[in-house]
Design a protein around this ligand. Structure first.
Ligand code: ADP
Ligand code: MG
Length: 459
């Protein structure tokens, strides 16, 4: 078998002698050899922009360099992530070669790696959702006996594992059915995409994200997962679009998985035809975990993160936090952090109580749209400005305050907050949060603004 890594290495050494170091670093160094098909070497580029640039400026050079290796490879093709399904079989074969395995797995993660089926504790309250998620992951789009799992609609209160299950499905499919195209999208990201597509629709720029591109993106998949569809409420335009995407995928035998904090019939202002689509497959609810499960969940987390606490601390936490697993996990982290601070590596019950003394209950019934709306109306800016890229002083301040308040008031993962804010990286979210934390202490004006908005929210 051709050793593509060896060949690529030889190719690189020739290319590097032919172009500037900067060009090499920018365009060549981050190409990954994936496989060979029909004597053509398939290279993975990190972005569409990179693919276009390499094709335009460096393809000839790469061909020439390959020629010098005296292998059987005569041509080269540059692809991006989205195209890999076309080469699934060849990639699988190439994976047998040692470094390839590492390389292929290093692709930018769409799914949180610790959210797997293995790491999910199963009990009375979630077993239907768990088993349905697993069977959908194993054979997406297919009906099992008389039961149709399409769509699979998982609902339950916040912090009970819905997003975890979606990522588990994604991780499973990436590993076991890599030729399938899976797309995970929180409803808020879907909304932002739709708003962006609408506003670009008459744009002359051919790279603009138009409604056509929007449809392409969401229709062109084997498995579509939409998280938190309760946020489709009141969005009639978007509901219409989702209805059509849904029908097209469904008729094509593609799998659709949805989550919500309530069953379809309780989502207000959801069009009847969309509601009946949502109810047309399997509805699986997740309830609050019982004490035994909560203990198992803490133990699992301790095991995964190599943490240690006293048994009575485990019970104490499981007793105290009975309705939201994210808060239960947060409390455990807080105890560990506090114990570290006071140099007590193995926290006991007193340490735990001390650590959680100021643990006010988070505000309930509030979501990120409420917070963003409040900040928008306070600063007189629009939602698209806050989420978008503009960097004027006002908008940047409003954006950072919105991010800060969301991290403070909601138990959302940073990655999700990044997605809400137009796909920003989670490090940007951390930066904004920390900046506002300090600003609040050092700048009376900022502190007052935050206080005003908090007051608006608590009305
Ligand atoms: P939801 O989407 O329902 O609001 P998440 O999926 O974000 O909730 O879960 C919140 C946290 O609780 C995550 O860190 C998740 O890993 C954890 N979690 C939820 N259910 C379980 C479970 N059954 N076993 C282990 N961890 C869980
Ligand atoms: Mg969730």
């Amino acid at each position: 078998m051709i050793d593509i890594h060896k060949i690529w290495k030889e190719t690189l050494s020739y290319i590097s002698s032919e172009i500037t170091a900067v060009a090499y670093m920018l365009w060549i160094d981050n190409l990954t050899p994936l496989c060979v098909k029909d004597n053509t070497l398939i290279l993975l580029a990190p972005s569409l922009h990179a693919k276009i640039t390499v094709n335009k400026n460096y393809k000839e050079l790469i061909r020439k360099a390959l020629d010098k290796t005296k292998s059987s490879i005569i041509d080269v093709d540059i692809i991006i992530d989205e195209d890999t399904y076309m080469y699934a079989r060849e990639i699988e074969i190439a994976r047998g070669q040692s470094p390839a395995e590492a390389v292929v797995k290093e692709k930018p993660p769409q799914f949180i790696s610790r959210y797997t089926f293995d790491n999910f504790v199963v009990g009375e309250s979630n077993k239907l959702a768990f088993h349905a998620a697993q069977s959908v992951a194993k054979s997406p789009g297919s009906a099992e006996g008389y039961l149709s799992f399409n769509p699979l609609f998982i609902y339950g209160d916040v912090g009970l594992g819905k997003t975890h299950l979606l990522h588990a499905i994604g991780n499973y499919i990436l590993e076991h059915l890599p030729h399938l195209k899976v797309l995970y999208v929180p409803t808020e990201k879907l909304t932002n995409d739709y708003v962006e597509a609408l506003s670009n629709n008459t744009s002359a720029d051919k790279n603009a994200f138009t409604l056509r591109a929007f449809r392409e993106k969401y229709r062109n998949v084997d498995v579509l997962m939409i998280d938190d569809v309760q946020f489709l409420q009141k969005k009639t335009g978007l509901q219409e679009v989702v209805f059509h995407i849904f029908n097209e995928l469904y008729q094509g035998g593609k799998q659709i998985i949805l989550t919500s904090d309530r069953p379809p019939k309780e989502i207000g202002t959801l069009e009847d035809r969309l509601r009946s689509r949502f109810e047309g497959g399997l509805l699986a609810d997740i309830g609050a975990p019982n004490l035994e499960m909560r203990i198992a969940i803490i133990r699992k987390k301790m095991f995964l993160e190599k943490l240690a606490v006293n048994d009575d601390v485990v019970y104490y936490l499981a007793e105290q936090f009975d309705s939201n697993i994210r808060e239960l996990e947060g409390a455990l982290s807080k105890v560990i952090l506090y114990a570290n601070l006071i140099n007590k590596p193995y926290p006991d019950i007193e340490t735990a109580k001390e650590a959680l003394k100021n643990n006010q209950q988070k505000k309930v019934g509030l979501d990120s749209s409420d917070i963003i709306d409040a900040v928008c109306s306070y600063f007189h800016v629009s939602k698209s400005e806050i989420i978008g890229k503009k960097k004027t002083k006002d908008i940047v301040e409003a954006r950072m305050i919105a991010i800060y308040l969301i991290t403070e008031l909601l138990s959302l993962p940073l990655v999700t907050i990044g997605q809400i804010f137009g796909g920003r990286d989670h490090t940007t979210i951390i930066h904004s949060r920390d900046k506002m934390l300090t600003a609040q202490k050092e700048n009376k004006e900022v502190a007052r603004k935050i206080k005003d908005i908090r007051a608006m929210l608590s009305q």
